[in-house]
Design a protein around this ligand. Structure first.
Ligand SMILES: Nc1ncnc2c1ncn2[C@@H]1O[C@H](COP(=O)(O)OP(=O)(O)OP(=O)(O)O)[C@@H](O)[C@H]1O
Length: 339
C-alpha cells in the first residue's frame, strides 16, 4: 500500500487531520471515553456526546490541557483510534507533520512527537512545525520573506501571539486564556446570579450564541439547568449583556497580552504590521466584535480569518503539498537547536 502523509493539529478541544491530496479529512473533539479504567468505548465527537452525562464507570477525558499533552497514555489511545479511522481501519506506512505551540518546553514538544510515534506501528517519518508558522501559512500569508506579520491564535485553553519574519518566530507568547475560560466564567456567573447550575456544553452554547466583545447587544436565549436552591430542573432566559459582563475581563487579558508583544516588536517589523494589520485565528476569534475591541485598543487593522478554527491544520497542509515550504518543518534531532 502506498505511503500516506498526514498533518495533525492536536488542540485542547479539537483534533484536526489533513491528508495529502485530499485536504482536511477530520475535525473532531479531542476527547476519549474509557470504561472501567481500561476499555476505550468512544473517541472524538462520539465521546464528547457522553461528557457530563456518563455513569461513574465511564470516564470522559480531554488529554490535552492548556495546549500541552497532560495525559500521554490516553492521548496515544485516542490518536491510535483516530489514525486507524482515517486509514480506513488498515495500518499503512505514514509520514506525519505535527504542529506544536512555540512557547512550551522542549520536553512538552517532544511528548507530541512521542505520542504520534507510539500511535502507529508504521510511522515512516515525523516532522514538527511551530503552530504559529502553520497558522500564518493557513491564513495564506507568505512568511518566508522579510515582511513581519503578527498572528494571534485564540483557541480553547490558550491564546498564542506571534511575530513571524523570514520563516522564523521573532517573538511569541502563550497565555492560558481561551474559549474554555469564557465558558467557565459564564457557568460561574449564571450560578451566582441566578442560582442555576449549567453544564459546560450549555455554557459553550450560550457563548457561541450570545458572546460579544462589546457591550450593548440585546439578545436572549433560554437555557436549561438545575436550580441549586431547590435541586429541581429549571429553565431560564440568559441575555447577552450578562454574557458580556462575565467574559469581558478575559477578553481584556488577551488584548493586554497583544499589546505587550507589540511593545517588544522591533520597529522595522512594527511598520510592516501597521500596513498588514493583526491576523486573528482560532475558534474563539468568532466572538462578535473581537476585531473592533482589538483594533480600538491597538490602533491597528485587525483581520479575522475565514475558517479561523482550521488555519493551523490548513497550514500543515500547505507544507505537505508545497515543496518550497518543507524547510519550515524540522525533525526531532533539530528540536533542541530551535527556540
Ligand atoms: N462561533 C463561535 N463563537 C465563539 N467561540 C467559538 C465559536 N466556535 C468555536 N468557538 C470556540 O473555539 C474554541 C476552539 O477553538 P480551536 O479549535 O481553535 O481550539 P483548540 O485548537 O482545540 O485549542 P488550543 O489552541 O487552546 O489548544 C472553543 O473554546 C470553542 O467554544
Amino acid at each position: 500500500m502506498a505511503a500516506k502523509t498526514y498533518g495533525i493539529d492536536l488542540g485542547t478541544n479539537t483534533i484536526k487531520v489533513y491528508k495529502k491530496g485530499e485536504g482536511v479529512i477530520l475535525h473532531e473533539r479531542n476527547i476519549i471515553a474509557i470504561e472501567n479504567k481500561k476499555k476505550v468505548i468512544a473517541v472524538g465527537d462520539e465521546a464528547y456526546e457522553m461528557n457530563e452525562k456518563a455513569p461513574a464507570t465511564i470516564k470522559v477525558v480531554s488529554p490535552v490541557r492548556s495546549g500541552v499533552i497532560a495525559d500521554i497514555s490516553n492521548m496515544q489511545r485516542l490518536l491510535t483510534s483516530i489514525i486507524s479511522k482515517v486509514n480506513g481501519g488498515k495500518k499503512s506506512t505514514s509520514t506525519f507533520y505535527i504542529s506544536v505551540p512555540t512557547d512550551i518546553t522542549s520536553v512538552e514538544k517532544k511528548s507530541f512527537y512521542d505520542t504520534v510515534l507510539a500511535s502507529n506501528s508504521k510511522v515512516k517519518d515525523i516532522s514538527i512545525v511551530e503552530k504559529s508558522i502553520a497558522d500564518a501559512l493557513g491564513v495564506g500569508l507568505d512568511i518566508t520573506n522579510a515582511r513581519g506579520v503578527m498572528v494571534v491564535n485564540i483557541g480553547a485553553d490558550t491564546t498564542e501571539i506571534s511575530i513571524i519574519s523570514l520563516g522564523g518566530i521573532v517573538l511569541s507568547k502563550l497565555i492560558n486564556v481561551g474559549g474554555n475560560k469564557l465558558d467557565e466564567s459564564i457557568k460561574l456567573y449564571v450560578k451566582k446570579k441566578y442560582n442555576l447550575a449549567i453544564g459546560s456544553k450549555t455554557a459553550e452554547t450560550i457563548k457561541i450564541n450570545l458572546a460579544s466583545a462589546l457591550p450593548g447587544s440585546d439578545e436572549t436565549i433560554a437555557v436549561f439547568g438545575r436550580n441549586i436552591v431547590n435541586g429541581l430542573p429549571a429553565q431560564m432566559d440568559i441575555n447577552s449583556e450578562m454574557v458580556y459582563d462575565s467574559i469581558k475581563e478575559y477578553l481584556h487579558t488577551i488584548v493586554d497580552a497583544i499589546k505587550v508583544i507589540l511593545e517588544r516588536t522591533p520597529p522595522e517589523i512594527s511598520s510592516d504590521i501597521i500596513e498588514s494589520g493583526i491576523y486573528v485565528t482560532g475558534g474563539s476569534s468568532a466572538i462578535k466584535g473581537l476585531d473592533t475591541l482589538i483594533a480600538s485598543n491597538t490602533d491597528l487593522k485587525v483581520n479575522i480569518c475565514d475558517k479561523a478554527d482550521s488555519t493551523v491544520v490548513e497550514g500543515l497542509g500547505r507544507i505537505i503539498e508545497e515543496p518550497d515550504l518543507k524547510e519550515l518543518a524540522y525533525n526531532i534531532k533539530q528540536m533542541t537547536t530551535r527556540r
